[in-house]
Design a protein around this ligand. Structure first.
Ligand code: HEM
Length: 400
């Protein structure tokens, strides 16, 4: 079987889950999802055998849980997830080694299918298996992120070639494999350009609307806390960072390391394997001091920096600027009608976290700058210019 196929159906026994999960946006619209979930049967999880079935079940249970918690927006969240969801959700999560919350591995990696199975993997021919309220913007957000993942595939496949080449001392093999990686990272940035909106997945960790976390009824009496879905949970950049020897400083490093607990264990293991190989790629490049090899290495770093710069621009455009604008309007407290529209659309998550906006921008910027530090021929001059204008425009608004 091709690895690029998501499971789209569960055994018939699980129909109540799949039917409810497919209707989450509609049931939220009619404010009836919670009532609907209370009427579902408590299902056993042992009829699911394969990894892909479990991944689809995790996705379905995650979507229902997100809908259940946020049905009334962030003003009326719940403190307890009923056992009908909580018990099977935690069982499935445990079998997969994933936390019981919607992760990148659910919303993006296990959540798509081709409309025409013979057709291409592109936006027109892809659809989500399950969605959340937000229509086209949710579709675009998850599917474009999936296309970014897809663009990275030749790069990920080249990593073992780099490692083998380093072990065997083959400069030409390593150079060629590094070229595939920089090409793939460039492709990731190109795919990212299809992104036209945002969707913030909510969390019950460090979230003022759910300061006490969430009790998973029938699992444990104490509330649990989990971070929300984010592409920081994608293994891609972690893999490339480890290969190139990028060392993240304490704060962003702690965050990124925590995000690895939100990945399927095999992904986390891959990152660890890449990081533990010796001699390290960077040491090999320094030791051989071959001009072609050094520039292939530096091109990879440069592409990774450029991807992170583009990401910073996207986050500025879609989150930080609208959040700052909405905050400003809200503090004036009497917006005109168009102003109210801006307030309504802005992602409140950042505003309400107070310093959250600037903390996130600073985390992203630090991660980008740490990447730039691993070049052999010194920090990259081109890296800081592309988002400089936006950042300085933002600085005044967000006191970065
Ligand atoms: C509209 C699209 C996107 C927005 C608004 C966005 C937003 C964010 C935010 C706010 C963070 C900070 C950490 C957090 O709160 O989780 C973050 C981190 C991160 N995001 Fe995105 N993101 C987007 C798309 C993507 C895509 C498509 C990728 C690549 C697959 C990606 C990869 C990352 C990575 C790797 C981090 C960790 C920081 C780093 O390693 O540089 N993001 N993103």
């Amino acid at each position: 079987k091709s690895p690029f196929v998501s499971k789209t159906e569960l055994p018939k026994y699980y129909q109540p889950w799949m039917e409810t999960a497919r209707n989450v946006p509609k049931l939220i619209d009619s404010h009836s999802l919670r009532t609907h979930i209370h009427q579902m049967p408590l299902l056993e999880t042992h009829f699911m055998k394969s990894h892909r079935e479990l991944r689809l079940a995790h996705l379905a249970l995650s979507v229902m849980t997100m809908g259940y918690v946020w049905q009334e927006g962030d003003r009326d969240t719940v403190k307890v997830l009923p056992r009908i969801l909580a018990v099977p959700y935690c069982e499935v999560s445990q079998r997969l080694g994933l936390p019981p919350i919607l992760t990148h591995a659910d919303a993006v990696l296990a959540n798509w299918k081709k409309k025409d199975p013979q057709g291409p993997l592109d936006m027109e021919n892809l659809e989500l298996l399950l969605s959340l309220p937000g229509g086209e913007s949710v579709r675009g957000f998850f599917l474009v992120t999936m296309l970014v993942e897809l663009a990275a595939v030749p790069g990920v496949k080249a990593i073992p070639k780099v490692i083998a080449g380093v072990r065997q001392g083959e400069v030409a093999t390593v150079t060629r494999a590094l070229d595939s990686i920089s090409l793939a990272i460039n492709g990731m940035k190109e795919a990212f350009k299809l992104m036209h909106g945002v969707h913030l997945c909510c969390r019950w960790k460090d979230n003022p609307c759910m300061a006490e976390g969430l009790v998973y009824e029938g699992v444990q009496a104490e509330p649990m806390e989990f971070s929300g879905g984010s592409a920081a949970q994608s293994s891609l950049l972690h893999c490339f960072d480890e290969l190139l020897g990028v060392k993240h400083e304490t704060k962003s490093g702690t965050f990124l390391t925590r995000m690895r607990d939100y990945m399927p264990p095999a992904h986390k293991q891959l990152i660890q394997d890449i990081s533990s190989h010796r001699p390290s790629l960077r040491d090999f490049v320094l030791e051989r001091n071959n001009a072609g090899l050094v520039s292939a290495f530096d091109r990879c770093v440069s592409q990774l920096v450029s991807f992170r710069s583009y990401h910073i621009n996207v986050v500025s455009r879609f989150i930080a600027v609208p959040a700052a604008r909405a905050k400003q309007l809200r503090s004036q407290d009497q917006g005109s009608e168009p102003d109210q529209a801006i307030i309504g659309k802005a992602p409140t998550a950042l505003e309400e976290r107070g310093t959250g906006g600037s903390a996130i921008m600073s985390l992203l910027k630090t991660a980008r700058d740490q990447t730039s530090n691993v070049t052999i021929h010194g920090p990259l001059s081109s890296t800081k210019t592309s988002d400089l204008t936006l950042i300085s425009e933002l600085s005044s608004r967000l006191s970065l």
